[in-house]
Design a protein around this ligand. Structure first.
Ligand code: BJ8
Length: 423
């Protein structure tokens, strides 16, 4: 394995902290991922990307920068990757899926903040995230109160921060506002790169992002099979990798694993036994390396067949219509596509429960586990009505509230096992 110490030092990482993080991640990956009994053929690629997530992939991004490209980091699926690509930039997700430097974090934001927000502060203050350090621009969005208020502090910790305002209702005026924000974002990208976002460039950006989403849709559909041809843990990992990897190479490899899975399904082969209890997870995003709840669920004898999450179907389910013949028409199509995202920061947000129900039907799920991060107002608030409405339709629901620590593992296992036995 190559030695990337110089690259990490040049990026400004704290080598001791970073080594400690890599060691912890490596251990978790071995015990959660590599310990799975059977895995779909084609997962080796995603294992490789994960093993090089802080190495080779960062080297590629540094090389792109040297060649004059800008790297745009973001925390939310509302930031349109199509536009980033059209401006000749590369998009990366800033994952925020693990606790780090908690004591320092709690000196700048309140203790009762969700783990996801605390995580990106911890990664920055502990100097352990090469994606954050390699990014030329970090885009924060006005979504939940936690994020938008914490960005007031975070923006002073990073050199180039851009705040995107987002609507919280689905009225025609809100849609207009989203368009204005997306136009401002294009302007920002053009100013920082000196590149113009053109009709052809945006069309190409839409084509690449649609191809990625189509490949992931294909993978999702295959998860309807029984026995399950891919574990929920591995499907989540593929979705997590989508935020880090080179987009075209990623799409190719998702299609490649789908080819293998289709053959397995034809031969009635799966990675799990047939007829296991089938679960849809719904709620807060599970950023890499947040594998706690999925690992508890699949260790309890159930299989996860879908994620109603931004790292899952909420983030990728609609394609962008590419039929417009003008630049403005393509921008409108992007606005249409993103305006459908049913994040819990919107009010009302009735489409979300309809979508969960659709997923339960499509993947023949036996129950839904609603995952709320502690102190996440939007998703925890919404979990009550989601539970009520799904139970009215006869769909069993377990509401879980947790964080990134391992302290509640025992309690989580007990609750999940009891739910899995009951469905
Ligand atoms: S579109 S879900 S990625 S905002 S868990 S930070 S909501 S308190 S992440 Fe999200 Fe965009 Fe919505 Fe998706 Fe706040 Fe809740 Fe924390 Fe959260």
């Amino acid at each position: 394995m190559s030695d990337y110490t110089k690259m990490w030092t040049d990026l400004g990482l704290d080598n001791d902290n970073h080594n400690a993080l890599l060691e912890a991640l490596g251990g978790a990956y071995q015990s959660i991922y590599m310990a799975q009994e059977k895995r779909a053929k084609g997962m080796e690629y995603f294992d490789f990307v994960m093993s090089e997530a802080h190495g080779l992939r960062i080297k590629e991004l540094c090389d792109e920068k040297e060649a004059g490209k800008k790297i745009i980091g973001s925390f939310c699926v509302f930031v349109p990757e199509e536009m980033v690509l059209a401006a000749g930039c590369t998009a990366v997700g800033l994952c925020s899926g693990a606790d780090f430097a908690q004591e320092e974090v709690e000196q700048v934001i309140p203790r009762n903040t969700c783990s996801l927000i605390k995580s990106f502060f911890g990664f920055k203050l502990g100097k352990v995230c090469p994606y954050m350090e390699v990014a030329d621009l970090i885009v924060g969005e006005n979504t939940c109160d936690g994020k938008k208020k914490s960005f007031e502090t975070f923006k002073d910790l990073v050199p180039n921060f851009y705040q995107m305002d987002l609507p919280q209702t689905k009225t025609p005026e809100s849609k207009q506002m989203l368009k204005q924000e997306f136009m401002k974002f294009i302007q920002q990208l053009e100013e920082m790169t000196g590149n113009k976002v053109t009709f052809e460039g945006l069309k190409q950006g839409i084509a690449s992002v649609n191809a990625k989403r189509k490949a992931l849709h294909r993978l999702s559909s295959l998860r309807a099979a029984n026995p399950s041809p891919v574990s929920g843990l591995d499907a989540l990992l593929i979705n997590q990798v989508s935020f880090l990897d080179n987009i075209d190479r990623f799409t190719e490899n998702v299609n490649a694993i789908c080819d293998h899975i289709e053959l397995d399904i034809k031969e009635n082969k799966g990675v799990k036994e047939a007829n296991l209890p089938r679960i849809v997870i719904s709620g807060c995003p599970m950023a890499v390396p947040n594998w706690k709840l999925p690992s508890v669920i699949e260790s309890s004898g159930a299989v996860i067949v879908g994620e109603e999450s931004c790292i899952g179907e909420r983030g990728l389910r609609n394609l962008t219509d590419d039929s417009a013949t003008t630049l403005d028409g393509l921008i409108d199509a992007i606005v249409d596509r993103y305006f459908q995202i049913d994040c819990a920061v919107f009010t009302p947000n009735n489409e979300r429960v309809d979508h969960i129900q659709e997923m339960v039907e499509k993947y023949n799920a036996d129950g839904v586990i609603h995952y709320g991060l502690q102190f996440c107002q939007p998703y925890i608030m919404e979990s009550f009505s989601v539970e009520k409405q799904l139970e009215k339709k006869g769909i069993p629901v377990l509401r879980i509230e947790t964080d990134y620590s391992q302290e509640d593992l025992g309690q989580l296992s007990t609750r999940v096992e009891a739910f899995v036995e009951m469905i």
